[in-house]
Design a protein around this ligand. Structure first.
Ligand code: ADP
Ligand code: ASP
Ligand code: MG
Length: 439
């Protein structure tokens, strides 16, 4: 079994969907094609939900009509026979009647998930219908029948494997399956999702559950680049990455992969391959357990970081201080990204500030607390870079003149991270590319 995941841009128009059908149909062997919503759809559905939450029904109705028009045009361009086009219209009517039903009822936060799920449900329904019209024998497997997260919001891998196998067994002799990325059910059976960009994670989980030999992530760029192409020109695709390198880069902000994608693939030993839908010839990036090459492979940046400094005279030689501090973050289920300590203070960073005021109140029992918002973590990643001194020297040469708030070195052998004010992000990324990759 191969998993082939296509992101929003890859299925972003009728033309692109036709290309994906051509590409997937030309690949031999068993495959599960995992699709995201068409690009822009998830954002539009969130906007609709936002208007509904604010009880601005008029705005919601207008946004829904606008989105529906876009889909009607896709159906016009996608299908060639009157019969299939009419089936496409029926299908769109069904989904948009459902979305409109929320403009009449009282709107609850759980229903945002139901509305947002329509993006992936629509793209896969249209794609399946197009496959059928084109004579491609493909089976649509509803992800809501097998993708599930538990009470901790973690994927229920046992449930996913059991239920995906059961779904697949219903179709002996078939080799082409289509399913939705991103969406799932939660522990209460309600519609939920794997958070923004979560279709990559779906692909990895489905890959593990189906013992796939490859998890292919097809996107709009020819592989994992050595820096963020949205901020730096002349970035280059990296041919090979190790699971550890890719996981660090994804976690520290490389948008090309959802941060949780790599771990399940690593545990199961399934290679992840990043390919370009717009350029099938490009080799892309292969991510395996093999480490290759030396030095810094890539730079990533994670925005929206808040740094918290707790200063306590009593920290000096006091054991138990760190435990108490960390316990507070545990109680409020807030993960910490970076930590540095001195004799009398500890600084740490978080990206989820939803419980920040309560965290600060509790931290104040142990000392004075200062916060800095709008910070960015810049991470340099490469096997073993935090073992020698060359990488650190190059990084600090590149960053001279940029105020550095925190440094994390040696936490992992593959990562050196620094915290800077977000204002300097673009300057830092460009300076690092120039210094490290000679661009
Ligand atoms: P998809 O819709 O296929 O999931 P995404 O937009 O989520 O695609 O991810 C691909 C985009 O990630 C690229 O177009 C690029 O702008 C951005 N990106 C950020 N960092 C990197 C990187 N290091 N390498 C490649 N792309 C990156
Ligand atoms: N459609 C979802 C999003 O835009 C999931 C994904 O594309 O991976 O976040
Ligand atoms: Mg993505």
């Amino acid at each position: 079994m191969n998993i082939m995941k296509f992101g929003g841009t890859s299925v972003g128009s009728a033309e692109r969907m036709k290309e994906v059908a051509r590409l997937t149909a030309s690949c031999e062997g068993q495959k599960i094609v995992v699709l995201s919503a068409m690009s822009g759809s998830t954002n539009s559905l969130l906007e609709i939900s936002d208007s509904l939450s604010k009880r601005d029904t008029e705005a919601a109705i207008e946004l829904i009509s606008h989105l529906e028009k876009k889909y009607l045009q896709v159906a016009d361009e996608l299908f060639s026979s009157e019969e299939t086009r009419s089936a496409g219209y029926d299908l769109l009517r069904e989904h948009f009647t459902y979305i409109r039903s929320f403009t009449r009822d009282l709107f609850t936060s759980n229903e945002v998930k139901c509305i947002v799920a329509q993006g992936e449900l629509l793209s896969t329904a249209l794609f399946s219908l197009y496959c059928r019209e084109s004579g491609i024998d493909a089976v649509l497997l509803p992800a809501l029948n097998f993708m599930r997260i538990d009470r901790e919001q973690e994927p229920d891998q046992f449930y996913i494997k059991e239920n995906l196998s059961r779904e697949l067994e219903k179709y002996p002799g078939h080799s082409f399956f289509i399913t939705q990325g991103f969406i799932c059910r939660n522990a209460f059976g309600e519609i939920d999702n794997l958070k923004r960009g979560g279709s990559d994670y779906s692909a990895a989980l489905i890959g593990v559950a189906s013992d796939a030999s490859e998890i292919q992530i097809w996107t709009d760029i020819d592989g994992f680049h050595d820096n963020d192409p949205r901020f730096v020109q002349n970035t280059h695709a990296i041919a090979e990455l190790s699971f550890d390198e890719a996981a660090e880069l994804a976690y520290f902000g490389a948008k090309i992969l959802h941060p949780s994608t790599i771990l399940p693939a690593k545990v199961a030993g399934i290679p992840v391959i990043i390919r370009n839908t717009l350029n099938w010839e490009a080799a892309g990036t292969i991510i395996t357990d093999k480490a290759s090459g030396k030095g810094i492979k890539a730079i990533a940046a994670k925005d929206g970081i808040t740094a918290i400094r707790v200063k306590s005279g009593r920290m000096l030689l006091a054991y138990g201080f760190m435990r108490k501090v960390f316990e507070i973050f545990e109680i409020y289920k807030t993960p910490i990204d970076m930590i540095t300590t001195s004799e009398i203070s500890v600084s740490l960073t978080i990206d989820d500030t939803s419980r920040l005021s309560r965290i600060i109140e509790d931290l104040k029992h142990y000392g004075s607390v200062e916060t800095d918002h709008d910070q960015t973590i810049i991470s340099a990643v490469g096997e073993g870079i935090a073992e020698g001194s060359d990488a650190a020297r190059s990084i600090f040469t590149a960053l001279s003149g940029i105020p550095v708030r925190m440094i994390s070195y040696g936490g992992s052998q593959h990562n050196i991270s620094i915290l800077i004010p977000s204002l300097f992000k673009s300057q830092a990324l460009n300076a690092l590319s120039a210094q490290l990759f000679n661009h």
